[in-house]
Design a protein around this ligand. Structure first.
Ligand SMILES: [Zn+2]
Length: 248
């Protein structure tokens, strides 16, 4: 599904557009001209990633041109299909330095999969396939996707090692925020070991100070203009020492 000249949504589950596996986050495809990049991969239940590849072809793009698989954070709805994507696309896998060890090991406790299964979010027989990370990044790094450059931001709080990206596209600036902030200034605070309210506040305030037009979150509504207002809403609550509304 083409969003703009630069970005397609190629996966999205029941907290979104229902175009791939029910548990999938929004999976974005950046079209940099001579190369493509995936942002996250979705959950990777059987057939889910195949559907994402079919969606890419339906948009008139060849998945073989994907040279980078960029992972925002290690929650399974975002990276469960990373191993399959890596094997099928033979592309670079890029993740934060902090998240990389857990992505490589697939260790359930490190990514809070054990408690997420116990809470009923994911099937009890689900296991996270470990995936190589071929490049580790942190704030200040840049990732080139053809004509475009993604600026890397460390945005922990929702989880340790959570990344966001800003990108100047052909006609607008994007914040690729994953699970940092959602439409209406909502956040996802969870009772898990690496969800940290003070880090969350710092990350939101940092990103609210940047200029961007579009907010591309990991779930729910996408804002192609005026996206900054949603981040500012969350920032306003944190500035009052409060907590923005929670999605859960
Ligand atoms: Zn998450």
């Amino acid at each position: 599904m083409k969003l703009t000249n630069d970005v397609h949504v190629v996966g999205s589950g029941r907290l979104g557009f229902g175009i791939s596996g029910a548990l999938d986050c929004h999976v974005y495809l950046i079209n940099g001209g001579n190369e493509l990049a995936l942002i996250d991969t979705g959950m990777g239940l059987p057939g889910d990633f195949e559907q994402i590849l079919a969606n890419i072809r339906d948009d008139g793009l060849d998945p073989k041109r994907i040279r980078k698989i960029i992972l925002t954070h290690y929650h399974c709805d975002h990276i469960g299909a990373a191993q399959e994507a890596y094997q099928r696309l033979d592309a670079e896998v890029i993740a934060s330095r902090i998240a990389a060890p857990a992505i490589r090991s697939g260790e359930e406790r490190a990514v809070a999969l054990d408690v997420a299964k116990a809470a009923g979010f994911y099937p009890l027989d689900y296991h996270l396939p470990p995936c190589p990370v071929t490049r580790e990044v942190s704030e200040g790094d840049r990732i080139t996707v053809g004509d475009y450059t993604l600026n890397v931001w460390d945005t922990p709080g929702h989880s340790d090692g959570h990344l966001s990206f800003t990108m100047q596209g052909s006609d607008r600036t994007y914040l690729i925020g994953a699970d940092l902030v959602f439409w209406g200034g909502k956040i996802v605070l969870q009772n898990i070991h690496d969800c940290r309210i003070d880090a969350y506040a710092k990350s939101v305030l940092k990103m609210a100070a940047l200029d961007f037009d579009a907010l591309l979150p990991g779930h729910l509504q996408i804002s192609l203009s005026g996206g900054k207002a949603h981040v500012e809403q969350a920032a306003a609550a944190f500035k009052q020492l409060g907590v923005p509304p929670n999605l859960l």
